[in-house]
Design a protein around this ligand. Structure first.
Ligand code: ZN
Length: 401
């Protein structure tokens, strides 16, 4: 009985898995013949014909005739994702910036917009405003409602989202907590939503369409006001019991260091993060309510970044010293996860001095390479939606018939 049950499920699962495989191959290679798809997917040409027919009928992929000998003779037929077959929304919400974008199936941006969500009195009002903006965006791009597939929401704090990828647990930087973010977006937009912390959102996006393609062991460090981490081992993102696995901000690196918000002295956050930079420049806000102080620190960090871009030597030295602290810590820490690649993401990587500082001290074994992410935050958010609702087994073709 049990075996039968498993078999009937697995046939449907296999069909879904094969469909995601075909879509993923077309995403990676842009243009492929059915023969090449069959070869790379390890499926028969008959199976590929059936799957691609279904996807062509649903408007998700299209045939592109190619004439090998100029315009003469029979064309070869290649397949490609249908750019305007589907659309997805990405929302990025952090204390330093908030933005919204609409892309098509190939991830091409149709519209993007910066938002100011922090001027709202409540989180609920801010998210409702964001939904209203998203609806307007979809309407102004004339996207047919059934062609909007989902919304991805990246939240600017590590471990902020719950295990279900639906709720925001706590975001001290935003001063928000226990918010049913996915419910709010789903009710307003009538499409499924997925919520994830920024570092993991960027890691997923780098893995499917960025520098970590075909790399299954990756450590990503997100450097903003605080330090966020996302870890992928053997293709699986580590989550942990409180969904905050891999967090290194409060790693004890200097017993004689300054006091951290957590009460310890010399945490990595007090030496290598944006908060450390603001504090070393003597600019931190004291004697203000916690939420106000955090928002104010974001503003101060932006000011420090401007000073570094204006080549202020003292400021650049402080950025460089923070980068050196990160480099030292990563030299110890990265090999623990045995990654192929370490990705540094977030605003600090763009500031003069910081990456030079990392380069001064980071010494990794030869099999571990590192680079800086160039993925935008709203693109990482939209990738969450595309990966989950289009390129994953949750794609519901019946919607597009
Ligand atoms: Zn700490």
């Amino acid at each position: 009985m049990h075996a039968l049950h498993t078999r009937s499920h697995s046939t449907r699962d296999i069909r879904r898995d094969n469909r995601s495989l075909v879509l993923t191959l077309l995403r990676r290679h842009t243009l492929m013949s059915r023969v090449e798809l069959a070869r790379q997917a390890g499926l028969t040409e008959a199976a590929i014909s059936r799957i691609t027919r279904e996807l062509v009928d649903a408007g998700l992929i299209e045939e592109k005739p190619v004439f090998p000998d100029g315009r003469r003779g029979r064309p070869m037929v290649n397949l490609a994702l249908a750019g305007n077959g589907l659309y997805a929304l990405g929302v990025d919400i952090g204390a330093n910036s908030q933005s919204l974008c609409l892309t098509n199936l190939t991830g091409e941006t149709i519209i993007r917009e910066d938002l100011d969500l922090l001027s709202f009195k409540t989180a609920d009002a801010a998210l409702k405003y964001c939904c209203k903006k998203a609806l307007k965006m979809v309407q102004s791009a004339k996207v047919p409602p059934q062609r909007l597939v989902g919304v991805g929401v990246g939240i600017g704090i590590p471990g902020a989202a719950d295990h279900l990828n639906r709720n925001l647990l706590q975001s001290p930087t935003l001063g928000w907590e226990n918010l049913p973010v996915a419910d709010i977006f789903e009710a307003a937009l009538s499409v499924p939503a997925r919520v994830e912390g920024r570092p993991r959102a960027i890691l997923f996006a780098e893995h499917t369409s960025g520098v970590a393609q075909q790399k299954d062991n990756v450590l990503l460090i997100h450097l903003g006001l605080g330090i966020g981490v996302a870890v992928m081992i053997d293709g699986h993102v580590l989550r942990g019991s409180r969904n905050s696995a891999g967090q290194i901000g409060h790693l004890h690196v200097d017993p004689a260091g300054v006091e951290c918000v957590c009460g310890q002295r010399g945490c990595l956050d007090t030496m290598a993060s944006g908060y450390a930079i603001v504090s070393n420049l003597g600019m931190t806000v004291a004697h203000a309510p916690a939420d106000t102080a955090r928002i104010e620190n974001v503003r101060l960090l932006k000011h420090a970044e401007k000073m570094a871009h204006a080549q202020d030597p003292a400021t650049i030295t402080i950025f460089r010293s923070a980068g050196q602290s990160l480099g030292k810590a990563l030299t110890q820490l990265a090999p623990v996860f045995d990654p192929q690649l370490v990705i540094l993401a977030g605003g600090l990587t763009q500031i003069p001095g910081y990456i030079e500082g990392v380069r001064d001290t980071l010494a990794l074994p030869p099999h571990i390479s590192w680079e800086c992410s160039t993925m935008t935050l709203e693109h990482a958010a939209v990738c969450l939606a595309l990966d989950t609702f289009v390129f994953g087994p949750r794609l519901d073709l019946a919607r597009f018939a």
